[in-house]
Ligand binder design. Sequence first.
Ligand code: PLP
Length: 366
Amino acid sequence: MRFTFHPHADYLAHKDAIDTAIQRVLASGHYILGPEVAGFEAEFAAAIGVDQCSGVGNGTDAIHLALRACGIGAGDKVVTVSHTAVATVTAIELAGAIPLLVDIDPATYTLDPQKLEATLRSNSGVKALVLVHLYGQPADPECVAIARRHGLRVIEDCAQAHGSAVAGRTTGTWGDLAAFSFYPTKNLGTIGDGGAVLTSDAELAARVRRLHQYGWKERYISYEPGLNSRLDELHAAILRAKLVTLRADNARRAELAAIYTRALSGTAYTPPAVPAGVTHVYHQYVIRAPRRDALLAALSARGIPAAIHYPQPVHLQPAYAGRIALGVGGLPATERACGEILSLPMHPHLGEDAVQYVLAALRELA
Ligand SMILES: *Cc1c(COP(=O)(O)O)cnc(C)c1O
């Protein structure tokens, strides 16, 4: 069985549209903050359902800029999870803030609302929540309500969640701002790095637009210290071509996920739990498996590209171990999950034959 890999398969699936988009930008002579970025910003804001979108250099910068736009910086505490891409925590520290990491709900792998409430009751100086919608699974909306009651700003980390929703409410519209990544393997990805900050608050949007380009309001005049983090015209043009199929691509992921879930229910493997009313967009299809490491090795030996997202929680990684504040009760669900999770092959161009091959191997290895 030959497995196709997502970024390349995705390019081939969109080859004509992407090649045309690239040629259009090359011929236009406009390479930074031109009509493609403006066009993509308007189209992506409309697709998610917010008023404003600012293209930025990548998803890490998007979170960093969203925090800065809220005035969060040195000495401010920001709560998030340890079970995430390290970029979430990187961005909090880039803003000068102090991460406070809270445990997850073991069923959904996203922030546990009860642990969040307990942590906010026993910590002062917490200014914001970065709510991660991990694997394409929206976090529990109750977390937003809890953060609001405690007076926090809410920034959604939507890097893995383009188009996911709860009861029809699309992620990226829940908080004050939302950060997206367009890294090649994300549900909406370009041929390189890209990101965006979304919001319906005009003032916050204006601040992101200043901060992402040196603090400029008008050219060459900085009104506050900023950085350079821009979405390129080339990437914006490619993203416009790919945004057209985001919905269909997510629907295909959900079809493949349904095949996995049907076959794995009632076995030793635990498929993702998807609460009623939730639209999961399956950035990853993550199961729990007994003797996970041996299983991963056996799948790899059969040529199956399974993986672990992520093998070490952020608070145990060398850069952070021993110096990161943890929420009330520590992070037992996070630490346990890291030893049991396994991401099965998942992307919209994966064939059903590949899914059946994985399922047959799992049955044999059970
Ligand atoms: C990919 C990712 C990011 C960072 O995005 P980059 O574009 O790689 O900087 C942040 N958070 C999560 C959850 C991610 O998966």
